[in-house]
Design a protein around this ligand. Structure first.
Ligand SMILES: NC(=O)c1ccc[n+]([C@@H]2O[C@H](COP(=O)([O-])OP(=O)(O)OC[C@H]3O[C@@H](n4cnc5c(N)ncnc54)[C@H](OP(=O)(O)O)[C@@H]3O)[C@@H](O)[C@H]2O)c1
Length: 366
């Protein structure tokens, strides 16, 4: 292909990024663990073969962001650009991005896997332009805001990774889940990950029980939980067991977003009825957890094999979430709170998240 023909073709497909070759954008850069993010100008990268360059319009905050900022979690060298969750607009594609991927100009939700990429500066969310693998970009409905779009990536990827980690199939058809008389417990249902776990479990057809503070109970019921229990009450374990019994269901699966595997295993031990029950544990295990016969607890982590991981990410973001957003069967959750001040407000936002939120996703608008 002559270079002129290629240039014309790339202009139409958005594959070439000539517009950004000399351009720069603002980014929140981390120079070392324990320091504050510093705002500076960076050269805007051209997309690699499987990348989509995204103009970032909104960024949602996650606990991993302050683990990385404050403790250097999963970072091996500096400087880095961290941040995972983006709402934005596709700017251009790399040469091998499938033609089915959202075209330049499309409004999208995107997930930057900073844990796996170790804060690679071109690929973190905390900047105005970020490179995201095509497998982690989802088009959003017209009525969805960039703020709402930013709320979903980490939550839905972590929820589905948990289901995969405990052996559930990755399917887009809910009838593939044999859920007759089965229930599932989400501990910490009002968290970002927990609320996505509640929604996905309900979509699979499970009777969903969750735990949360009292003020978040009605909200979780609106997302599909059949009953919600206050984890601060002494009799919480007994209440869940009794309710499942009265409802005529057994609880075979649980998702833990709060490090409560001891209480969860008590529930499952009493409820599972002779089968192996499984817990997806989002909070790192200490290794000292008591083993309970018939209950397997598995830490939620994606495959270390890049191809396998990419295929799973693609199922979640390119297939499942794309379909469910179009059908209105998944909504951004929990409640949105905007931290005013753009990139400059990221440090303040992370401090607020670290101090603790309740049923709230913090978002910074650019
Ligand atoms: N393994 C992974 O790949 C992965 C990925 C993402 C996140 N995570 C981890 O998963 C956890 C949740 O993350 P997130 O972003 O979803 O958190 P988040 O939204 O910041 O969590 C806040 C929520 O936690 C709930 N909560 C706090 N203590 C609780 C307890 N003892 N029992 C039940 N609920 C409790 C609160 O519920 P109430 O206000 O209703 O009390 C609050 O709504 C974090 O530890 C995070 O590091 C792991």
């Amino acid at each position: 292909m002559s270079s002129l023909v290629k240039k014309l073709k790339d202009t139409v497909t958005g594959h070439s990024d000539t517009s950004s070759r000399n351009s720069r954008h603002r980014a929140a850069v981390l120079y070392y663990k324990g320091e504050h993010l510093k705002i500076e100008s960076r050269k805007t990268p051209a997309p690699g073969p499987n990348d989509i360059l995204i103009e970032v319009k909104a960024i949602a905050l996650n606990p991993i962001d302050y683990y990385q900022r404050d403790m250097g979690f999963a970072l091996s060298s500096y400087p880095v650009v961290i941040g995972s969750d983006i709402g934005g607009i596709v700017t251009s594609h790399g040469s091998s991005v499938p033609s089915s991927a959202p075209k330049p100009g499309t409004r999208v939700a995107a997930f930057a896997p900073t844990f796996h990429l170790q804060g690679e500066p071109d690929r973190g969310a905390f900047q105005e332009k970020a490179l995201i693998p095509a497998s982690l970009v989802t088009p959003i409905p017209d009525k969805m805001s960039f703020d709402e779009a930013a709320m979903m990536g980490m939550a839905i990827v972590t929820a589905w990774t948990g289901w995969w980690a405990i052996g559930m199939p990755l399917e887009t058809d809910p009838s593939m889940y044999a859920t007759d008389k089965k229930a599932l417990l989400v501990w910490g249902g009002s968290s970002s990950v927990g609320s996505a776990a509640v929604q996905t479990a309900r979509w699979m057809g499970y009777t969903v029980y969750a735990t949360a503070s009292e003020k978040n109970h009605e909200y979780l019921k609106s997302l599909g939980a059949r009953d919600v229990f206050d984890y601060k009450k002494k009799d919480v374990v007994d209440s869940i067991i009794k309710t499942a019994k009265a409802d005529g269901v057994r609880i075979d699966y649980a998702y833990d977003t709060a490090g409560a595997s001891a209480q969860i295993t008590e529930v499952l031990k009493a409820s599972k009825g002779g089968r192996i029950a499984k817990v997806a544990e989002a909070v790192p295990l200490s290794g000292n957890e008591a083993k309970v016969d018939g209950v397997d607890v598995t830490f939620v982590t994606a495959s270390q094999d890049e191809k396998e991981r990419d295929a799973m990410f693609s199922f979640i973001m390119n297939k499942w979430l794309t379909d469910k957003l179009a059908l209105g069967e998944f909504v951004p959750s929990p409640h949105l709170e905007v931290i005013e001040g753009g990139l400059d407000a990221l440090n303040k936002g992370l401090d607020k998240l670290k101090a603790g939120v309740s049923g709230t996703k913090l978002v910074v608008e650019l």
